[in-house]
Design a binder for this molecule. Structure first.
Ligand code: TQI
Ligand code: ZN
Ligand code: ZN
Length: 379
């Protein structure tokens, strides 16, 4: 994934969205020191050249935060990091070097630091204790710090969670959702979301019930333009389409400046000449975020961070199912047998050609869709 991420994408992303709330339970939990980037941040990193185990150097804690963001230091070790070059950091550096096929020195040597300062996607390299990187094409995976059976030669999980794997708590298993009353949405639009919720509810012991009260519902869904008060302004036509926050926040926002394809069953649903986006595909993806899933590296999964050219993608992939069941367990009433509904067909009608060109053509955009919080950890 990383090699697809280019600097331009990164800069654009920074301009468009200085801090992606996506990686945080809510906007107020963003550490204050991530808000004001400075140009010298990378240089400060390079100053750590030559650091090795046993040393204590001002600013070393920042590189620990960086490694933690990308999964090299367990999220469970939150709180303050020290400036000591301890085993925690040494292990992280070694793991990083192994992932990027650098010499495994366990030290912050020049090569390693030069690698660290290369702009990259914000998606962790190590997920669930397993590297998501060393298995591209080849059957190579290694165990990072898994308790229990070795992951070697087992299928690698490719779904991910938000830091700390937040989920809706046990006592909140019957969730309600409501729509922004000011949107005065047509029933047809609301039904798209109902169908999207059912797809997830089929595989986990959670239920989703539509209610009228927007103020008291667990999940609130609304279409907004531009700046809408959560620090994550929408950007007009294309670009960001929607966003959702991790549990238990419950906000799902969509960009009203997009042309949304609403019709689920039958019909082509093309709303205009412009690139149109299939609403249900986006809704299913965003609900995944609402439930606590991050992005997945499995291309056909719902949580993969691109919409595939010319396709409506609304069926959960086994990777999505495994991810969400890791958080909530499985639905005893479904046991994997489900009757396909007409709306589950993946149509290759080419209706989304225009959107496809935009989304399918470049990995730059793929990267734009991802959070880049990791880099901002430096500031
Ligand atoms: N919105 C991004 C998304 O939902 C926002 C985002 C980036 C995000 N990183 C996040 C949200 C981490 C939560 C957690 O991924 S988007 C797709 C895609 C978007 C993208 O508008 O770019 C879909 C919305 F990429 F998967 F196609 C829906 Cl399906
Ligand atoms: Zn929003
Ligand atoms: Zn997403």
């Amino acid at each position: 994934m990383i090699r697809f991420c280019v600097f331009v994408a990164f800069l654009l992303f920074l301009v468009a969205s200085p801090v992606s709330a996506g990686f945080y339970p809510n906007a107020s939990s963003i550490p204050p020191d991530l808000h004001h980037p400075t140009d010298s941040a990378w240089n400060a990193f390079l100053n750590l050249t030559g650091c090795h185990a046993g040393m204590k150097v001002n600013g070393l804690y920042k590189i620990k935060q960086y490694f933690q963001h990308f999964g090299y230091i367990p999220q469970t070790l939150s709180g303050k990091f020290t400036d000591d070059f301890d085993d925690l950091l040494k292990n992280a550096v070694e793991m990083y070097q192994r992932n990027f096929k650098l010499n495994i020195t366990g030290e912050l040597d020049e090569l390693t630091l030069n690698h660290v300062v290369i702009p990259r996607c914000g998606v962790p390299d190590v997920v669930n204790g397993t590297s998501t990187m060393l298995n591209g094409g080849r059957r190579r995976t290694y165990e990072v710090s898994f308790s229990g059976r070795s992951q070697r030669f087992h299928a690698v999980k490719r779904y991910s969670f938000f830091p700390g794997a937040p989920r809706w708590p046990e006592r909140r298993r019957n969730l309600t959702y409501a729509f922004e009353p000011r949107n005065a949405l047509a029933e047809e639009v609301k039904n798209v979301f109902s169908r999207a919720f059912v797809r997830w509810a089929e595989v986990i012991p959670l239920t989703f019930r539509r209610v009228e009260s927007f103020e008291t519902s667990d999940i609130s869904i609304g279409f907004y333009t531009g700046n809408h008060g959560d620090g994550e302004p929408f950007d007009g036509f294309m670009g960001t389409l929607a966003h959702a926050f991790s549990p238990p926040n419950g906000h799902l926002h969509l960009d009203s400046d997009e042309d949304w394809i609403v019709s689920g069953e039958g019909g082509d649903g093309v709303l205009s000449e412009r690139a149109a986006v299939d609403l249900e595909s986006v809704a299913v993806h965003e609900i995944g975020h609402l439930l606590g899933l991050g992005h997945s590296s499995v291309q056909d999964s719902i949580m993969y961070p691109t919409l595939t050219t010319g396709r409506r993608k609304v069926d959960l992939h086994s990777d999505d199912v495994e991810g969400v069941q890791y958080l909530y367990g499985s639905n005893p009433n479904f046991n994997g047998s489900r009757t396909p509904t007409p709306s589950t067909y993946q149509r290759d009608t080419g209706d989304f050609g225009a959107a496809g060109r935009i989304y399918g053509s470049s990995f730059v955009l793929t990267c734009l869709l991802m959070s880049t919080v990791g880099l901002l950890l430096l500031y």
